[in-house]
Design a protein around this ligand. Structure first.
Ligand SMILES: NC(=O)c1ccc[n+]([C@@H]2O[C@H](COP(=O)([O-])OP(=O)(O)OC[C@H]3O[C@@H](n4cnc5c(N)ncnc54)[C@H](O)[C@@H]3O)[C@@H](O)[C@H]2O)c1
Length: 383
């Protein structure tokens, strides 16, 4: 059981959950950490030593594999599982976690499309890191756009080979062109500001427009159809939901300006990759800068350089010189990793000590982040 504090601020917890650190009683929080990479471990080990965690003791078991139905039993006996974007928490996994006594799913990311939030409802609470460094992701989107537009990736390889020819490297000024940004939350807004700095005209789209923000950068909200028709660059910064899966598909690409550049640092499932490939083949799309791919969980974060890629769609995508694919690394800055570790452990700590955290999510949050009648408003917990 998660503990309650009594009036003297001494933690009241279940059997065996109190530990004594330097004469101070502290709560032990057991964590099963999945999909561990060396950088995750380094930043979490650093974060757990922060003074703000002096009143808790984290016992973290690091597992290299993904969390799925075949590995869920490893979480048995831990209060918390800590997972990342490509761990799949479907109903079968959630059943196994609940049976193993897991009380909290701590996502060390912002998105939560990989959790079956309806299966988890009233069984295991889910927390996330809503913002670690939106600058990291927005700056990466800008890097993809600039690299692709000016063919820096091609130029880099050429000059290293002693090829100093410029043919095929002609880009376009971004100044004066139109950018359409779909999803104007934390990341989309920063990206809009960056592109404004380039002197681009900015069109915005969001389910919940922030007119004040638009006015502050001289941009305006537009329908998706208008964005498709008018934009030279379209960048996706919304979460993946059942409603917007394949938002970019054959029909919507057909509405786009010829030679549009597409940037996606949101989620792979926002784009029908096969439709994108067809549009790249016939030149309707000038370039695609992708940090996410709809089937990325099979390949991303691992070294496949010595094995054949069996995913024919991914293999085809990688053949285009005007496709720049990074393996979900937009978040990967020192600042973001430090903040992810600090906020994730902070979520687990706050949950263990207070039974609630503002970073909880539930299926009602999925679309709006603030569903009408949200239980969290009153109790501080989704349920
Ligand atoms: N590549 C990476 O490393 C990386 C890192 C962090 C986040 N992300 C992705 O970026 C997304 C955005 O992150 P954020 O921190 O800006 O989130 P956010 O919650 O601050 O903003 C998301 C915005 O999208 C809007 N939205 C939701 N559905 C929409 C739709 N169908 N059409 C238009 N707008 C819609 C929301 O209203 C909200 O304003 C995340 O959901 C995640 O999928 C990727």
């Amino acid at each position: 059981m998660f503990p309650k504090r009594n009036k003297m601020s001494i933690l009241v917890v279940g059997e065996g959950e109190l530990a004594c650190q330097g004469g101070v009683m502290s709560k032990t929080i057991t964590v099963a950490f999945f999909d561990t990479k060396p950088y995750d471990r380094a930043y979490f080990e650093r974060a757990r030593a922060l003074p703000e965690f002096a009143d808790v003791e984290f016992k973290i078991d690091y597992f290299e594999g993904h969390l799925d139905a075949s590995t869920a039993s490893l979480a048995s006996g831990h209060e918390v599982v800590c997972v990342f974007v490509n761990d799949h928490l479907d109903r079968a996994v959630i059943d196994a976690l609940a049976a193993g006594g897991v009380r909290l799913i701590a996502l060390r990311c912002a998105g939560y499309n990989n959790v079956d939030l309806e299966a988890v409802w009233r069984r295991i609470h889910v927390v996330r890191v809503p913002a670690y460094s939106p600058h990291a992701v927005a700056e990466h989107a800008a890097a993809l756009l600039q690299t692709l537009n000016r063919r820096i990736h091609t130029a880099y390889n050429r000059t290293r080979d002693g090829n100093f020819a410029l043919s095929g490297l002609v880009g376009r000024d971004l100044y004066g062109k139109t950018a359409g940004i779909i999803g104007t939350g934390k990341i989309g807004k920063i990206f809009a500001e960056i592109l404004k700095g380039y002197g681009m005209k900015i069109l915005l789209n969001d389910l919940f427009p922030d007119e004040g923000f638009a006015a502050s950068i001289g941009a305006r909200y537009a329908t998706r159809e208008e964005i498709y028709a008018a934009s030279d660059v379209i960048s996706l910064h919304c979460p993946l939901t059942p409603e917007n899966r394949y938002m970019i598909n054959e029909a919507t690409i057909a509405q786009m300006k010829p030679e549009v550049i597409l940037i996606n640092t949101g989620r792979g499932g926002l784009i029908d990759t096969k439709a994108l490939i067809e549009a790249l083949k016939d030149g309707r799309v000038r370039g695609a800068g992708l940090d996410v791919y709809e089937e990325e969980d099979k390949y991303f974060f691992e070294d496949w350089s010595l094995a054949p890629i069996k995913d024919d769609v991914l293999a085809r995508l990688l053949q285009f010189p005007n496709v720049l694919l990074t393996a979900h690394q937009a978040f990967l800055t020192e600042e973001a990793l430090g903040e992810i570790a600090r906020v994730t452990l902070g979520n687990a700590r706050q949950w263990a000590l207070d039974g609630k955290t503002p970073n909880e999510v539930c299926y009602q949050c999925r679309e709006t982040g603030k569903a009408p009648g949200c239980a969290r408003e009153g109790s501080g917990r989704c349920w």
